[in-house]
Ligand binder design. Structure first.
Ligand SMILES: [Zn+2]
Length: 319
């Protein structure tokens, strides 16, 4: 059952994973289309955090737990032997030094960057190993172990994980997440065109991306003991067909989402990966800056809140 909000809300959730986002693929990860962007993620996050500080924007940073391990520290890597270690298995490419390669898999310093930002961000979970529901190797038991490892590792870092983002947005085992201390998760509803055959569907998706059509907004729902906080806008990388999208359209869509959320007392929940922005940071940070400025303006006018997933969940009534 959906819940009406007292005021519109802007949420931003960030799937922070680097190479773990491609770990489930058969392909050599160095051939993966975002491999180069992973190398620019640290710089991009630094710039993004500075923008968020400037406009006092709070986001939910959902980390893959393994990203935060130091691979050179045997004590840390041996803590979780039950989980897969694709990082080591795949290092066969002579084009990259081992250090360069491991940099794409392990980045404990990113957590410190987010923690030391002035804005009060939330540290959430994108699971421990980016185990994807319905893909090879996924079982209910493994998911259970994975979430237990995520919480155990976060606890060692002084963090209590409350908000969960499922790998590839494949929502599953919500009750398991509730047992492991989570209070909310993000879903991404099927688009309006999802039921169409593939050719018209892709055509409409691109058309939607190229035109300043306002994105949907959403409402929190109670699902198996957790708050489900649907995201309705993916702020996409600038690769492939999306390279033709203009900043004018990007900005118009983001601002239209904010306006709808404010006028309908709804959520405008935007999501992306740091590598999306790192695909073309100079270009993609600009619409985000304009959006953050607009959030600040609406917030100061009392028309919109900016909350993390955990903060929004805490503010909702559990009946
Ligand atoms: Zn992911």
């Amino acid at each position: 059952m959906s819940v009406q909000l007292e005021k519109g809300a802007f949420l931003c959730s960030i799937d922070t994973e680097l190479a773990w986002g491609s770990a489930h693929r058969e392909k050599d990860p160095t051939e993966y289309e975002h491999w180069d962007s992973y190398g620019r993620v640290r710089d991009t996050i630094e710039r993004l955090l500075a923008l968020m500080d400037r406009y006092e924007i709070r986001a939910t940073w959902a980390f893959v737990g393994r990203l935060l391990i130091d691979p050179r520290d045997d004590a840390q890597t041996s803590l979780y032997p039950e989980n897969p270690q694709p990082a080591n298995v795949h290092h066969t490419d002579s084009r990259f030094s081992e250090a360069e390669y491991l940099d794409r898999w392990y980045a404990p310093e990113i957590l410190e960057m987010v923690k030391s930002a002035r804005s009060d961000h939330e540290i959430g979970s994108h699971t421990f190993s980016h185990l994807v529901f319905n893909e090879l190797g996924y079982s209910d038991d493994q998911f259970e172990q994975d979430l237990a490892a995520a919480q155990k590792h976060a606890e060692a870092l002084g963090v209590s994980l409350k908000s969960l983002i499922f790998p590839k947005n494949r929502v599953a085992n919500v009750a398991t997440a509730a047992r492991h201390g989570f209070t909310s998760f993000r879903s991404v509803p099927e688009s309006r065109t999802a039921k169409l055959p593939s050719v018209p569907r892709r055509l409409l998706q691109r058309l939607d991306a190229y035109l300043p059509v306002p994105p949907d907004v959403s409402y929190p729902k109670r699902t198996e003991g957790l708050w489900e906080l649907p995201a309705t806008y993916y702020y996409r990388h600038a690769g492939g067909w999306a390279r033709w999208q203009t900043n004018m359209v990007r900005t118009a869509k983001l601002k239209a989402g904010l306006k709808r959320a404010a006028s309908r007392n709804a959520m405008f929940h935007v999501w992306f990966h740091p590598y999306d922005i790192a695909s073309a940071p100079d270009m993609l940070l600009k619409p985000l800056e304009r959006t953050f400025a607009e959030v600040a303006r609406l917030r100061d006018a009392g028309k919109l809140d900016n909350l993390t997933m955990g903060q929004l969940s805490e503010s909702l009534p559990v009946s």
